[in-house]
Design a protein around this ligand. Structure first.
Ligand code: G3H
Ligand code: 13P
Ligand code: ZN
Length: 354
């Protein structure tokens, strides 16, 4: 069984100096593109579902999609992760489905629209860690709020995130607060705010240090050298996909994402999980637009989806190669979640020190 905890994958990545892309899955086609890339590059893989993806697919369907990937690719270690869980209940439901990892995003309130307090975030994240570790499930927390350092506003593009102006202090994670948070919550991975945001409209120019604060990641890593850091909003928003969409009837104003070189710089400073959703959406929808434009009389949904799967495969394979996870699948023997739970228990090899 190739189901693997996030903790095991990120520990292996840290020990071997690479980063893991984490891909958001929406349907069978996006899953096929990601898994074909993992197979081609022999990379372990993190598959993640947002709450809206769970709702769109239906929990039972998404569970079986993920477990179909595990059955189809038994030699590829696969972590199945809840992205941006808004409450302990959401995370518990994901664990009940069999997910091996959950993100408790307590940086926002349960509505995922307003910033929360430190106390709320620490309390709900700690409760999630306690429940998850007993089941061998890993936990990602978030401290700081995603949003633009260019405009000083939050991001609400994907239906969650803060609308309007945000206190700039929240848009950049404070390394000392991050250190306190990890101690208070016992998380395995920590998402930090450094100027990235979800969706296509991250930066109006190729980002420099004033709008993508990689130095903050470096400072957090100095405070927390053993914590696996997570970069959200890490799509590159490739120029060729913007063009593919615009050449085929779409209308995407010129925009810039997180260059692969910046993610690679992050990997050198403790970033182990790099979240990618928008690039996959653009590859799928750009391919569909092109197909429809070239085949106006077609109603063949298989022919419609095939070019998108191929583009997702190529895009994900490039991420596996550039982040360094390619070639590592065969070196990891998945540890069953029950064994992970024993390791987290008092006296176990991964028990919390606090
Ligand atoms: O967390 C952000 C991802 O891009 C998920 O977006 O909630 O629309 O699936 P979504
Ligand atoms: P992008 O919108 O940049 O792909 O980010 C995805 C993400 O962070 C999911 O949690
Ligand atoms: Zn995210």
């Amino acid at each position: 069984m190739a189901l693997t905890s996030l903790r095991q994958l990120l520990d292996h990545a840290a020990e071997n100096g690479y980063g893991m892309p984490a891909f958001n899955i929406t349907n069978l086609e996006t899953l096929q593109g990601v898994m074909q890339a993992a197979e081609a590059t022999r990379s372990p893989v993190i598959l993640q579902a947002s709450q809206s993806a769970r709702k769109y697919c239906d929990d039972i369907f998404i569970k079986h999609l993920f477990f179909a990937a595990i059955e189809r690719y038994p030699h590829i270690p696969i972590c199945v992760h809840q992205d941006h869980g808004s409450s302990l209940a959401v995370c518990t439901a994901a664990m009940d489905l069999g997910f091996s990892s959950v993100m408790m995003d307590g940086s926002l309130g349960e509505d995922q629209k307003s910033p929360s307090t430190y106390e709320y975030n620490a309390q709900v994240t700690r409760a999630t860690s306690d429940a998850a570790h007993a089941r061998g499930v890993s936990v990602e927390g978030e401290i700081g709020v995603l949003g633009s350092l260019e405009t000083g506003t939050g991001e609400k593009e994907d239906g969650h995130g803060i609308e309007g102006t945000v206190d700039k202090a929240l848009l950049l994670t404070d390394p000392a607060v991050a250190a306190r948070f990890v101690l208070d919550t016992n998380v395995h991975a920590l998402a930090v705010a450094v100027g990235t945001s979800h969706g296509a409209y991250k930066f109006t120019r190729r980002p420099t240090g004033d709008i993508l604060a990689m130095d903050v990641i470096e400072a957090i890593h100095r405070q927390l050298p053993n914590t696996h850091l997570v970069m959200h909003g890490a799509s590159t928003i490739p120029e060729d996909l913007q063009q593919l969409i615009n050449d085929n009837g779409g209308s995407i104003p010129t925009t810039f994402g997180v260059p692969l070189e910046e993610a690679q710089r992050g990997i050198r400073s403790g970033v182990r999980k790099i979240n990618i959703d928008t690039d996959i959406r653009m590859a799928m929808t750009g391919s569909m637009r092109k197909y429809f434009k070239e085949n106006p009389s077609s109603f063949d949904v298989r022919a419609l989806n095939k070019p998108g799967i191929a583009r997702v495969k190529a895009l994900c394979a490039e991420r596996f190669e550039r982040f360094g996870s390619a070639g590592h699948a065969d070196k990891i023997v998945p540890i069953p979640l029950a064994d992970m739970a024993r390791r987290y228990a008092p006296g176990g090899s991964l028990a919390a020190k606090s």
